[in-house]
Ligand binder design. Structure first.
Ligand code: ADP
Length: 703
């Protein structure tokens, strides 16, 4: 606005000044011309009056000058320069010039002076003097100046309005741009955009400005993310568990992270600027430099194992990864070294080698065979001894399950196959301790004990099955002989004991008839002890038979109701301090080995009494459903922990109870229960809560 107004003012001033000056001179000239014309006319009119020396006529002619109010005075000089006539009369002569000064017209002070010769036929008769007041000219000029000033003011006002309008049009968008620029510089927010107001140059300027902002924003974003990246990287480098060391091309250290400090004992301040060769033991220097050279020409990867020297001159085993640091145009500007302390790993490796050697010697001394099965690929790795024990050729490279089955003893084949299948399919993730027979290449039957463990991954998936096998033929034969011995002894003891029991019963009946209380009590106790012994001998006999695989069932149809009644009656006699209750047992017949099922029930009821407190209740109940009967023996005893529940049915397993330390037993009762039920195609099951009680139950077919 200022520029426009200033320009307009200067131009208007210039134009007005020129106009006024020109006007002034033009007006002056026109006055001069009009006065000259008047002079010429008056001079020629008065020539006759002068020639005839008639001052009245001359004054009369001068009176005509009245018509021009600005002519203040006039006179005619005669030939001898005396005033001949004057106008107006009132002006004294001394007010006129004493003689004509010079011919022509000139301006003097604020007057126009005119000396016009009066000529007749080339004779100069006198001179006409006219004095014209020029004040009117100045008044006129003043009015013109005023007009010019008014016009200038109007023009400036119009110029002001015009510039105000233009200012909005032109500087509006510029001001908006300026505001946008201010916001951006204040908030550093380059996502702000200026609004395009028009399609003219300013619009293009706004577009260019926005385009520039966009580029700045993109670059800014790139700078921010590059900064973030480098901060992240710096944090990673600093917090890395590996020592990370940066060097220049001439191996001077440029960066040294915290792990490097920890590993080598030097601080970053001590090491930056120092040659990295300092931390290399002498015997490793040439190796490292050679790797570096090969890395530079791209002929080798920069990872290898070496050693570093710590501040206190100790050697540490290091896995070192060297990489080249390149700038954006691919020029190598430095070297980065990542060093991982592998001294522990090296120590472990040495330990593993030692342990493997120990193991090898131990397995050799114990004549153990070892196996390692990869459950994912199915590949089987057996050592020489293992192959020998499994009856396999020592040379065969590929061994599969089939070749193992081939040499199993016919009686064990089915059992071992199903165990191997459940291991291979990952059904059972337990440890294994099994015994079986193999037929060797020498056709010798061997008893083998195999102990193995399944290794699983973090998702409980089986990975490997590893273990060892041992030839137990000798001890097995010993055991079989022992079993035979137990079987013979038990059998031999059973017959006299049964006779003893029969005599006791006879004597008891007699004592009852005679009402001899002392004998009744003594004989009752003797009979119960004899019964306990018979049960025990029965158990040993059954155990020996089961071990030998000679347990035979004598199945018959019998009333389970009656059997339960008989066993409970005996149990009441043997366990007078427990309350034994029968529920829902009426009218049940089954087809099974009566003696063996009796043994099962006797064992379960005797355990229920043994492992509960005095006066607690033991309940025997039955539940018929779908041609089967479920038999439950429930107690309110000490219960069994989940850990023990798993092993409860194995041979000679007894739970260690503080409060039941004195309870006698061999740990064969539940093993027999499980085996007998197994022979009946049934299964013993258990629900138990420690401190609340246990329920043992099994299901058997109805007759
Ligand atoms: P034992 O001759 O020791 O009774 P068993 O094979 O009959 O041998 O039982 C094995 C172990 O199981 C016992 O030592 C006992 O700890 C535990 N057990 C058996 N029955 C019960 C029961 N009803 N309540 C608590 N523990 C029991």
């Amino acid at each position: 606005m200022s520029i426009i107004l200033l320009t307009c003012t200067i131009i208007l001033l210039l134009i007005s000044s020129i106009y006024i000056i020109l006007e002034y001179y033009a007006d002056k000239e026109s006055i001069r011309k009009s006065i000259a014309t008047t002079g010429i006319i008056v001079a020629s009119n008065s020539s006759a009056a002068v020639a005839f020396q008639s001052p009245q006529d001359a004054e009369e002619i001068l009176q005509a000058l009245k018509a021009n109010k600005n002519i203040v005075s006039a006179c005619i000089f005669d030939k001898s320069n005396n005033i001949f006539a004057k106008y107006p009369d009132s002006i004294p002569n001394k007010e006129f010039p004493s003689k004509p000064i010079k011919k022509g017209y000139y301006f003097e002070d604020n007057f126009l002076i005119n000396f016009e010769p009066i000529v007749q036929q080339d004779f100069e008769l006198g001179t006409l003097y006219i004095k014209t007041d020029l004040h009117f000219l100045y008044n006129q000029m003043r009015i013109k100046v005023l007009i010019a000033l008014s016009l200038m003011a109007i023009s400036l006002a119009i110029a002001f309005l015009l510039s105000y309008y233009l200012q909005k049009k032109i500087s509006g968008p510029i001001v908006a741009l300026e505001k946008t620029a201010k916001i951006i510089s204040k908030d550093n927010d380059y996502s702000v955009r200026a609004i395009k107001a028009s399609d003219d140059e300013i619009g293009s300027f706004t577009d260019a400005f926005n385009q520039m902002l966009h580029q700045i924003e993109v670059q800014n974003q790139q700078i921010i993310s590059a900064n973030e990246e480098s901060l992240k990287l710096a944090a990673i480098v600093e917090s890395s568990g590996d020592a990370i060391i940066g060097t220049s091309l001439d191996l001077n250290i440029t960066s040294w992270n915290r792990s490097a400090e920890k590993l080598l004992g030097y601080t970053a301040d001590e090491m930056i600027g120092i040659s990295a060769v300092r931390i290399l033991p002498e015997n490793q220097q040439s190796k490292c430099l050679a790797v570096l050279e090969k890395l530079k020409d791209g002929s080798q990867e920069g990872s290898f194992e070496t050693q570093f020297l710590t501040k206190d001159r100790q050697l540490v085993d290091i896995s070192l990864a060297i990489s080249l640091i390149k700038n954006s145009d691919g020029t190598i500007v430095g070297i980065s070294k990542i060093a991982r302390d592998i001294s522990l790993q090296k120590q472990h490796e040495r330990l593993i080698i030692e342990n493997e050697e120990h193991l090898r010697l131990a397995t050799q001394a114990a004549e153990l065979g070892t196996f390692d099965t990869n459950l994912a690929t199915g590949s089987i790795n057996l050592d020489v001894r293992c192959r020998e024990l499994l009856g396999l050729d020592a040379e065969t490279a590929e061994i599969d399950y089939k070749s193992i089955y081939l040499n199993l003893h016919a009686d064990d084949k089915k059992r071992i196959k199903s165990i191997i299948k459940s291991i291979a399919t990952g059904i059972d993730l337990d440890s294994y301790d099994i015994e079986f027979r193999t037929v060797g290449q020498d056709k010798k039957v061997r008893w083998i004990r195999a102990r193995g463990k399944i290794l699983i991954n973090e998702h409980q998936k089986p990975l490997r099955f590893i273990g060892a096998i041992l030839d137990i033929t000798n001890s097995k034969n010993e055991e079989l002989r022992k079993n035979d011995f137990i079987a013979i002894i038990s059998h031999e003891l059973k017959t006299p004991l049964t006779t003893i029991r029969a005599y006791i019963q006879l004597l008891l009946r007699k004592a009852l008839q005679e009402n001899d209380n002392y004998r009744i009590s003594a004989l009752t106790k003797t009979e119960s002890q004899a019964k306990k012994m018979i049960t025990m001998i029965h158990s040993f006999l059954s155990l020996a038979r089961i071990e030998d695989g000679k347990l035979h069932l004598l199945k018959e149809k019998f009333s389970l109701t009656t059997l339960i009644d008989e066993i409970v009656n005996d149990a009441i006699l043997l366990n007078p301090s427990n309350k034994i209750v029968i529920e829902n047992t009426a009218d049940i017949s089954i087809y099974a080995d009566k003696d063996k099922i009796g043994q099962v029930l006797t064992n379960l009821i005797s355990n229920a009494c043994k492992y509960s407190s005095l006066n607690s209740t033991v309940t025997i109940s039955c539940e018929k459903s779908n041609r089967k009967v479920k038999v439950c023996v429930k107690d309110e005893g000490i219960g069994i922990s989940p850990k023990d529940q798993k092993k409860l049915f194995t041979r000679f397993y007894r739970v260690e109870h503080e409060q039941k330390k004195t309870v006698s037993g061999f740990g064969i009762g539940l093993f027999l229960v499980a085996e007998i039920l197994h022979y009946h195609h049934s299964k013993i099951e258990l629900d138990s809560i420690e401190g609340v009680g246990s329920t043992f139950h099994f299901t058997i077919d109805l007759a």
